[in-house]
Design a binder for this molecule. Structure first.
Ligand SMILES: Nc1ncnc2c1ncn2[C@@H]1O[C@H](COP(=O)(O)OP(=O)(O)OP(=O)(O)O)[C@@H](O)[C@H]1O
Length: 310
């Protein structure tokens, strides 16, 4: 099956799914001067899924994320978020949309002069008018939610490990209880255990909070472990999208090399299924600043069971 066929097949398959899209991108073009980065790009992000977004370095994955977030202007095309055409909303409506989306930038992008608690409160201060005591309580809940120890609240980013920075940045992305979070290479720079723990955390949030996740990643393990669907960016557009199993059958040369090339390892294709069945091991973060997150993806309601690591 060619990538073109794949794309068409998927469009047939997703007629129902498209109606469940929280974000729809249609025929989008983004350029910097004469340099066209994205052209005729279509993409749906569906409610409650973890969508992995892959593609060659410099192909425009981050640019698309920034365009959806309204941080980069598109030249043409349509972006519909939560059923609203972003070109037709006023400032107040755009703000309401922004409040429903959280973002974790590539390097965490925490403010170095603020503590973790203060960093998490940045979006709260920007969008809400809450008493300081309540903001403190909410920020501490987020710290707990992402598996950081309570005393992390008073620490500055320079005092945190790479894994703790990612979690603190995720806590900030979750500050306003968003429905969708955008993660730009969340596991880059983490050791394999830390990366797997972070994957578990993301899967947990999807399963317990119904979070929709758009994740730019180069991490094959993350793709297999937690992504419900993967979209491939190439030639300025989404070349193909589908489940891991579907992509493995796709004959696009870049996709083939990506999954079967020199750097690709033999991956246990059943891992993704096991995770979805809820039999993955609970997160056991080993970093001193983290807590152990217990419970599989299926045995809890809306709250994670966290316990301070001994
Ligand atoms: N503000 C900007 N002005 C001009 N060019 C830009 C700007 N932002 C991004 N680009 C260009 O857009 C292209 C795509 O960049 P982008 O960061 O989206 O790539 P990517 O696919 O996320 O890459 P990577 O996987 O390496 O992170 C690059 O050529 C980059 O130089």
């Amino acid at each position: 099956m060619s990538s073109q066929d794949n794309r068409q097949t998927l469009q047939h398959e997703t007629t129902d799914a498209a109606s469940d899209a929280v974000i729809s991108v249609r025929d989008v073009r983004v350029a910097f001067g004469q340099n066209v980065i994205l052209d005729k790009l279509d993409l749906d992000i569906r409610r409650g899924e973890v969508l992995g977004f892959i593609g060659p370095s410099g192909s425009g994955k981050s640019v698309l994320m920034r365009t959806i977030l309204g941080l980069t202007q598109k030249k043409s095309g349509l972006i519909d978020i939560f059923g609203q055409d972003v070109d037709k909303v006023n400032e107040r409506q755009r703000m309401a949309i922004d409040m429903r989306m959280g973002v974790l930038f590539q390097q965490g992008a925490l403010f170095s002069s603020l503590t973790v608690l203060e960093n998490i409160q940045v979006p709260m201060r920007e969008y809400l008018d809450l008493p300081p005591k309540l903001m403190n309580e909410l920020a501490r809940l987020k710290i707990d939610l992402v598996g950081l120890k309570p005393d992390t609240a008073e620490k500055y980013p320079s005092e945190l490990s790479g894994g703790m920075i990612k979690r603190a940045a995720l806590a900030r992305a979750l500050a306003l209880d968003p429905e969708v979070v955008f993660l730009d290479e969340p596991t880059s720079g983490l050791d394999p255990i830390g990366a797997a723990d972070f994957d578990d955390l993301i899967a947990n949030l999807r399963d317990t909070m119904g979070l929709t996740v758009y994740m730019v990643t180069h991490d094959l393990d993350s793709l297999f472990a937690i992504c419900d669907r993967i979209a491939v960016l190439g030639q300025k557009k989404v070349l193909v999208d589908g489940t891991v199993e579907e992509l493995l059958k796709c004959d696009d040369p870049w996709v083939q090399t990506y999954f079967n090339g020199k750097r690709a390892r033999q991956i246990d294709k059943n891992a993704a299924n096991r995770r979805r069945m809820g039999s993955s091991q609970p997160s056991k973060a080993t970093d001193d600043g983290m807590t152990e997150i217990k419970g599989s993806h299926t045995d809890q309601g809306t709250k994670q069971d966290t316990e301070t690591k001994q």
